[in-house]
Design a protein around this ligand. Structure first.
Ligand code: 5GP
Ligand code: SF4
Ligand code: MG
Length: 448
């Protein structure tokens, strides 16, 4: 999911910024979009719907509205079904006032917390893990809403980057492990909080800094206050798959440019998985393109945009069924026969999840006349499900969990197949190993 929030010292027309910010985060979720904002009387207003930002939200109407504080969300489901009840921001009115919250991540102990809350009388409206936060807050009757939030967040395990409207203030928090990104930006005296820095660029805000793992930021009247969550993590667990695939290449996460990381992954791949008979490097658009550029630069092979993507088709993995997913690849990608015919081709992709894209790619490249197809993957094999908010499937659908590299090569039909090692991934990201989550590649999950 993607989240975006804004806080202005005066009533301003910042809802259009929110719209634009969510638009820039569309790649993080395409199932639903929504926003919540405070009107002139301090009441929460909401707009949400199923589908893409431009279909769910009315830009013209939003441009006319004025507010001091607003948050928004784009969703793809990792916990709970894909329906309007689960669309965020979630909002509630409780004894201490109104709250709205938007969440990116996956709370790993949500089920246990929910069971406990239900046994104490809570009635859940949605099936998202996010709703747990609202109920936990409501059960802290003796605390102020902000203190209730701090206490509630400290009971959560797993991944949560959160923005909320509480007592008219914009609140942002990042879990103590730092799984999902979250950044702060500023334009004049207006503050923004966003999943990725690319959303700050579109509203012309300067990047201020990342929200630190375990930090809670409260913004009001152009002032920013920072608190620490009482829970300290033994180590950080920033998601390496954000760099590999999920984030936009024009974003900078925890001081590392996503573009640079992808380029380095490709360069490293050229060193560890060279291809002596390769004549041409191409990347599977869009996620494999930068890795392919890195591979080509290091291997001194020519790079061509030899597969063209229909840019009106969304990310394959966000389509909820296997049938649409596999059709999706065909709808999405088409090779340029003249560039490919008779050649030995090095195909770089960012990752293999179900193996659908690779299998189809090898087939359409051969159909287009490729002599040989050598597949190079700019990440290690995805062998384990993500528990922290990326929609990787269960092990039974993960191609690399079921097959070793040779069996997988045979399955996708490539002449050769080669992956990066986890250590290559860690080096390319450039963060210390003990700050990075590689669980879907390495099986090393957070110990709880
Ligand atoms: P595949 O076809 O092997 O499942 O995936 C190929 C491409 O889509 C890769 O670029 C991969 O990063 C992305 N992808 C496909 N399915 C998923 C998924 O379920 N989760 C994630 N995170 N990425 C996926
Ligand atoms: Fe990211 Fe993989 Fe860790 Fe999930 S398991 S948080 S996708 S690195
Ligand atoms: Mg891809």
């Amino acid at each position: 999911c993607g989240i975006f929030g804004v806080s202005a010292p005066r009533m301003s027309s910042v809802l259009e910024d929110l719209y634009l910010g969510l638009y820039a985060l569309q790649h993080r979720g395409q199932e639903s979009a929504g926003i919540a904002w405070l009107d002139g009387k301090g009441n929460l207003e909401l707009q949400k719907g199923m589908g893409l930002v431009h279909a769910c939200l009315n830009q013209e109407e939003l441009a006319k509205e004025r507010t001091k504080c607003a948050i928004g969300h784009v969703r793809y489901s990792t916990a709970g079904e894909s329906n309007i009840i689960n669309a965020q921001p979630l909002h509630a009115t409780y004894s201490k006032g109104q709250i709205a919250v938007a969440h990116n991540g996956n709370i790993t102990n949500a089920r246990a917390l929910k069971r406990d809350l239900e046994s104490r009388g809570a009635i859940f409206q949605s099936t998202t893990d996010t709703e747990v936060i609202l109920h936990l807050m409501a059960h802290e009757q003796s605390l102020s809403p902000i203190d209730a939030l701090v206490k509630s967040l400290s009971k959560l395990r797993g991944a949560f980057s959160i923005i909320a409207i509480i007592e008219g203030r914009l609140v942002a928090a990042r879990d103590p492990w730092g799984f999902r990104p979250l950044v702060i930006g500023k334009r004049d005296d207006v503050y923004y909080v966003a999943s990725e820095s690319c959303a700050l660029d579109i509203v012309n805000a300067d990047f201020v800094r990342d929200v630190a793992p375990g930090e809670i930021v409260i913004i009001e009247e152009g002032k920013l206050e920072s608190l620490n969550m009482p829970v300290k993590a033994e180590r950080h667990f920033r998601c390496s798959f954000e760099y590999v695939y999920l984030a936009r290449p024009d974003s900078v996460i925890d001081d590392k440019s996503v573009y640079d990381v992808r380029f380095k992954l490709g360069q490293r791949l050229a060193c560890t998985c060279p291809c002596s008979e390769g004549e041409l490097v191409l990347g599977m658009p869009d996620s494999g393109t930068i890795g392919a550029l890195g591979y080509a630069s290091k291997s001194k092979l020519p790079f061509e945009m030899a597969v063209v993507k229909n840019r009106y088709v969304g990310r394959t993995f966000i389509q909820p069924t296997q049938r649409v997913r596999s059709l999706g690849v065909q709808i999405k990608l088409n090779p340029i026969k003249g560039l490919i015919k008779g050649k030995s081709i090095v195909v770089v992709d960012d990752s293999i999840v179900r193996g659908t894209t690779s299998k189809m790619a090898v087939k359409f490249l051969r159909d287009a006349g490729a002599m040989r197809v050598h597949l190079r993957i700019a990440s290690p094999p995805v062998k384990f499900p993500c528990l922290y908010g990326i929609d990787t499937p269960t092990s039974s659908d993960l191609a690399a969990a079921k097959m070793d590299v040779e069996a997988l090569r045979d399955y996708v039909g490539a002449d050769s197949l080669c992956f990066l090692d986890v250590s290559d991934l860690v080096c390319s990201v450039g963060l210390p190993e003990e700050e990075l989550c590689t669980a879907c590649f390495s099986g090393l999950y957070l110990k709880e």
